[in-house]
Write a protein that binds this ligand. Structure first.
Ligand code: PEP
Ligand code: MN
Length: 338
């Protein structure tokens, strides 16, 4: 059930509806929008009776939800969600650029790359502290030490830190040092982890699983929102196909597909999406052209020495070129996407 409040509904009318929902043993999700507030309801097993709400003051309509998702949908919030991280945004007018190394390898490396990221005008620094590696013998990340280094990067450059948590303990640590919690492709359907980040005060960047359908991805976002965290950013990062010319197949059609259903911002990671340095910039351009709200890209000051994902890392010069080209495309398209 979705309750749409009238445009002139008062705060106390909204609260009264939320209170009734709570008293029914259910959970209200109050999402204010540009023109009206809507209240999503979760926790019910079967359909609810709309007449319980229709006559309450301030209620415009009570709509039965027939789709599998209740909170990620444009029915609840017709305009795009803008995720605010300090003074930076994802989903707003600015193209959000999240850049940095695959993994934080040392203080020197992180600062060398952060210097480049800051100079480009990007607002977000990425860096792995806990790396989900295919082989147990591959570099696993520096853990908490990496988080401390990134907290220093934030202090020094004013960049917001986006970093992955692999498990619930990792979430505790990212909450202490970071600004946005990344849930990686391999954990997209780790439901206990999704519930945990759903209770976090930090925004969550949810990567698409490598074999996830659009519905599965959106329902993973729904898990997070159902716990009360409405600051979710979707990230397309490529899916597994029979292709051998790239690491993954970057599914750019997912961007307009998400846009048609959801108010959540959607960004694209052309680094993991292709796995190849020379493909990253062309696909980044395409991602912005199809309407992505931002990009996540891997950059290394010495890609040949990177401890992980060196083959897809951009050099500082390539990264700067990517930023200027994608910004130009974004500016050109602004009137279309606005
Ligand atoms: C990453 O961004 O560091 C990463 C491991 O990505 P993914 O989960 O998309 O593979
Ligand atoms: Mn990587």
């Amino acid at each position: 059930m979705l309750i749409v409040m009238k445009a002139d509904a008062t705060e106390s009318e909204i609260k009264a509806v939320a209170r009734v929902i709570t008293e029914m043993g259910l959970r209200p999700h109050v999402l204010p929008g540009a023109n009206r507030t809507a209240i999503g309801i979760t926790g019910n097993q079967g359909p609810l009776d709309p007449t319980r709400f229709e006559n309450m003051p301030g209620v415009a309509e009570a709509i039965r939800v027939t789709k599998p998702y209740k909170l990620i949908t444009l029915d609840l919030r017709p305009e795009k969600t803008v995720v605010r991280v300090g003074d930076a945004t994802i989903g707003g007018e600015e193209l959000a650029i999240i850049a940095g190394p695959c993994a934080v390898e040392s203080r020197e490396q992180a600062f060398a790359v952060a210097e480049v990221v800051r100079r480009s005008g990007a607002r977000f620094f990425r860096g792995g502290a806990f790396k989900p590696r295919t082989s147990p013998y591959a570099f696993q990340g520096l853990g908490e030490e990496a988080l401390k280094i990134m907290a220093e990067v934030r202090e020094a450059y004013g960049l917001r830190i986006v970093t992955e948590a692999l498990d619930e303990h990792g979430v505790d640590l990212v909450e202490r040092y970071g600004d946005v919690i990344q849930i990686g492709a391999r954990n997209m359907q780790n439901f206990s982890l999704l519930k945990r980040v759903g209770r976090s005060h930090l925004p969550v960047l949810l990567k698409r699983g490598m074999a996830a359908t659009l519905d599965e991805w959106l329902l993973a976002a729904e898990y997070i929102m159902a716990e009360g965290n409405y600051n979710v950013i979707l990230c397309e990062r490529g899916i597994r196909t029979f292709t051998q010319h790239s690491r993954n197949t970057l599914d750019l059609a997912a961007v307009p597909a998400v846009r048609r259903i959801s108010h959540l911002p959607v960004i694209v990671d052309p680094s993991h999406g292709t796995g190849k340095n020379y493909m990253v910039t062309p696909l980044a351009r395409a991602a912005v052209a199809v309407g992505a709200d931002g990009l996540m890209v891997e950059v290394h000051h010495q890609p040949e020495l990177a401890l992980s994902d060196g083959s897809q890392a951009l050099t500082p010069a390539q990264y700067e070129q990517l930023v200027s080209e994608t910004r130009a495309i974004h500016e050109l398209l602004m009137p279309v996407s606005a």
